[in-house]
Design a protein around this ligand. Structure first.
Ligand code: GDP
Length: 368
């Protein structure tokens, strides 16, 4: 594409190579008199915001701008992947601006989870990350539960100022904003424009609010420690929970192993027999085996009994890396970023988690 072709909607440089990237336009659309990028096209014609991913550098540029504004920042996290979708450091860039924390996708957590307890947990976890949100809210952008309350909270805390919605990719930002658009003014008069951040080529969607302020949708940042980057679309669909999760409980003795499909593994190395509660997409098969047989099982059955990864992707799948912990007396969750977690009752259990190289694994005080 000629370097000088820019989108007449947002001013970004047009490209035809990367459909997921900023400024993408199908080559056929270049024939038209007025060229606009696919994101602006969809926004204009379908009132539909598509997510666009940024590199770390670009995201830092956005964050740097946020501190200079006088605005409400709405940070959206995926409560099923709280740590993986967190965006560490946001509070340092936000300056004095208030941050409203919204946990999305609450529809996939088991109904038995008590909301107030989860909110308490989110407040504690935020504090550990150094963030003190003005409020914490739960919603499901998909089912609409809690979305109107989220809108009310935004209205309450913004005090006639602009609003910036931030979050890593896949937290449900676009779904949330599309729902807000439908609730509040998908009428044709609503003019949505994109505005450039000075000094960069990054655009944000600018949605006017009725008092002259704006709601800005910032593109999402890719989180490199999530397992999503190792999987193809079909595999990703399978591991992403779509419905309420049914926890699977395993009563384990020491020297037993659980495989989470072929994507991760947890060894119960030593300790008293106890239950291991698995929170993953209902489609993911958990396979129990003896620790001494576990390596061989993986070598011989990755891509079949242990799938995903699918057979054709098994050879290229990164090797599993080990992490070891001794669990104290409190209940802990062993988290596999982007995949789910396993709750262990503790009492001095020695455990070893295995996850693909690059995927974040950690333990945290149990969420439930
Ligand atoms: P974005 O990258 O942050 O803009 O996220 P999207 O809005 O594109 O959503 C990412 C994926 O999560 C999509 O498959 C959505 O359908 C799904 N999703 C978004 N919100 C929810 C929700 O509240 N519950 C569930 N179960 N899925 C959701």
């Amino acid at each position: 594409v000629n370097d000088r072709v820019i989108c007449s909607g947002c001013g970004i440089k047009i490209q035809t190579a990367d459909p997921e990237g900023l400024g993408f336009t199908p080559p056929s659309a270049l024939e038209r008199d007025i060229v606009i990028c696919q994101r602006c096209f969809r926004l204009k014609h379908y009132n539909d915001i598509q997510d666009v991913s940024l590199t770390d550098d670009d995201f830092l540029k956005i964050l740097n701008q946020l501190g200079k504004k006088d605005a409400l920042i709405v940070k959206v996290v995926d409560i099923f992947d709280f740590d993986g979708s967190w965006l560490p450091g946001l509070h340092r860039f936000a300056g004095k601006n208030p941050i409203l924390l919204i946990g999305n996708k609450m529809d996939i957590l088991p109904k038995s989870v008590k909301r107030p307890k989860l909110i308490q947990w989110m407040k504690r976890a935020s504090k550990e990350y150094g963030l003190k949100p003005v409020d914490v809210h739960l919603m499901s952008a998909e089912t609409g539960e809690g979305v109107l309350e989220a809108a009310d909270l935004i209205e309450h805390f913004r005090k006639n100022k602009d609003v910036y919605i931030v979050g890593s990719t896949n937290v449900g930002k676009s779904t949330f904003i599309n729902r807000l658009l439908k609730e509040f003014g998908a009428d044709e008069e609503l003019m949505i424009t994109t505005s450039n951040i000075p000094g960069t080529t990054l655009d944000m969607i600018d949605i006017p609010l009725d008092d002259g302020s704006s709601l800005f949708d910032t593109p999402g940042i890719i989180n490199h420690h999530q397992i999503a980057h190792l999987l193809d679309k079909k595999e990703l669909k399978l591991i992403s929970p779509r419905k309420e999760i049914k926890p699977k409980v395993f009563q384990l003795q020491q020297e037993q192993t659980l495989y989470v499909a072929g994507l991760a593994r947890l060894d119960f190395v030593q300790g008293d027999g106890q239950s291991f509660v698995c929170y993953f997409s209902n489609e993911i098969h958990i396979h129990r085996t003896k620790l001494e047989k576990a390596d061989e099982l993986y070598r011989n059955h990755l891509g079949e009994m242990l799938a995903p990864p699918a057979a054709e992707n098994a050879a290229a799948f990164p090797e599993l890396v080990k992490h070891e912990w001794k669990i104290g007396s409190e209940k802990q969750d062993v988290i596999f970023s982007g995949l789910g977690w396993i709750t262990i009752h503790g009492s001095g259990a020695k455990i070893r988690a295995h996850a693909p190289k690059g995927v974040h694994v950690g333990v945290r005080p149990s969420i439930f």
